[in-house]
Design a protein around this ligand. Structure first.
Ligand code: ZN
Ligand code: ZN
Length: 247
């Protein structure tokens, strides 16, 4: 399984980081998670073919996770995609996707692919996607709005968990149980987010092998907390923008 970090920043972050977006690839499956920034240039820069996307998963309704959707669809149309893009998400996230999409009238765009939707239940163990290559389940995080973390299991038994935006959450800890890679947000301690140290504590509790921090704020806020996180959980690193990780 491959994890492609298309973006790693918080809503406000270092100049070289865009919003946190990732793609997960296994065999010929390619799933995109969130689209708060300009997805397609990042995908192309990493050698991924956006036209071949199997689905987009939207974790929650915030702008830094869904606002790039109309541009994603416009670019897919211009790049020649004709098949509708499946969009998977909890109800409020799907509703937001519809609203931002419907701000643009695409009715006269000949051959426009459009999209289909599939609602994810807001409960632990909710199945998001399942085939021979990837089995994806969700669990609710604790954030300012309803949100879900995601667990990707490959046919070969490798496990990747992504926390999405959340403060430390027991459900997300369970979602990360035994993960080979845990991608956890590290915006900073607060009612809706987690610090790097808190993410490290989650990695320890879940028995994860490796922790990659995303949704990171600017450098000067981050450095001390990252060092503290590494003292709690050694294999902790800050996610590297436009980088592919083997899971
Ligand atoms: Zn959020
Ligand atoms: Zn966010």
């Amino acid at each position: 399984m491959k994890l492609h970090l298309l973006g790693t920043g918080a809503a406000v972050s270092d100049p070289h980081r865009t919003t946190t977006m990732l793609a997960v690839e296994q065999d010929d499956r390619l799933l995109l998670v969130d689209c708060g920034g300009d997805v397609i240039p990042r995908m192309v820069a990493m050698g991924l073919d956006p036209v071949k996307l199997d689905a987009l998963i939207v974790t929650h309704e915030h702008a830094d996770h869904v606002s790039g959707f109309p541009l994603l669809m416009e670019r897919l149309w211009l790049m020649g995609r004709t098949a509708p893009l499946p969009v998977l998400g909890i109800a409020p996230a799907i509703a937001q996707v519809r609203r931002v999409h419907d701000a643009f009238d695409t009715s006269s765009w000949e051959g426009y692919p459009g999209f289909t939707t599939q609602e994810i239940a807001l409960e632990e163990g909710a199945v998001v996607w399942s085939d021979e290559a990837l089995h994806v389940t969700a669990a609710p995080g604790v954030h300012a709005v309803p949100t879900v973390g995601l667990r990707f299991e490959s046919g070969g038994g490798r496990v990747l968990t992504y926390s999405c935006d959340t403060r430390p959450s027991d459900a997300i800890t369970r979602l990360a149980d035994g993960a080979h890679v845990l991608v956890h947000e590290a915006t900073g301690h607060g009612p809706a987010h987690s610090s790097a140290s808190e993410a490290a504590d989650i990695a320890v509790a879940a028995g994860a092998e490796r922790l990659i921090l995303v949704h990171v704020p600017p450098e000067h806020v981050r450095a001390d907390d990252v060092r503290a996180a590494q003292q709690r959980f050694g294999p902790t690193e800050v996610g590297s923008e436009r980088t592919t990780y083997d899971v």
